[in-house]
Design a protein around this ligand. Sequence first.
Ligand code: PXP
Length: 255
Amino acid sequence: MNHSFPELGVNIDHVATLRNSRAGFEPDPLSAAVLVKSAGATQLVCHLREDRRHIRDADLRLLRSWNGLPVNLEMAMTDEMVSIALDVRPALVTLVPERREERTTEGGLVLGRDMCEKISVFLKKCRDNEIRLSLFLAPVSGDMERAMELGVDQVELHTGEYANATDPSLREKELERLFSAASCISGSPVRLAAGHGLDRENLLPVLSIENLREVNIGHSIIARSLFVGLEKAVREILETIRRKAPLLRREEGFL
Ligand code: PXP
């Protein structure tokens, strides 16, 4: 059982979404990043989408050159994004599936043969550029095995199905899938992260996933920040992590 606290990455995409709605400069993602850091989060997350609906190229470059927090760049496995990533050199790249019509990232990467070959080529380039590589995956054992075979640095478990489950028995089932996927990579060098749809309430059970090293949270923090401010919204999550993580045990029946 891991007794250290999972790290918190804060996704600031929706600061840019709000800014873009008026095509101006406010609210500014870099100012948000400064607050996220002063509140104690250890990573910035942003998703450079093909349609640039929130974070844009200039934001990414600015966040990277600020260098106040490691940047976790979420991106699709496309030639355009690969070339941007290798140029910007964030600390971490998280490969995510991307469909133009989706509202947010739906599901994990599909690790077919083509995709695995592309990942393998990209992974070598990441290593040459000191970029760590993470895969955003549904909690499925076959995908965990493929990730280990590929030798990526990290797997981020997609917690969306769990977070969206309103029925308690379905939620418990989804949580079990997360536990079981996590156990597949236990003992391997692959670091474990989790994210999507997490908030102050549904985060607690997730924190008891064995060997969980990082959670990445965006929407709920930015939404809450409208009422309590960004630093407080980040601190509330950090308090949840620090207070509850060591106390939780899977056997305790927390649901
Ligand atoms: N992790 C990954 C890989 C994501 O794609 C997202 C959404 O962009 C998040 C975490 C954060 O999800 P949410 O905004 O629902 O907290």
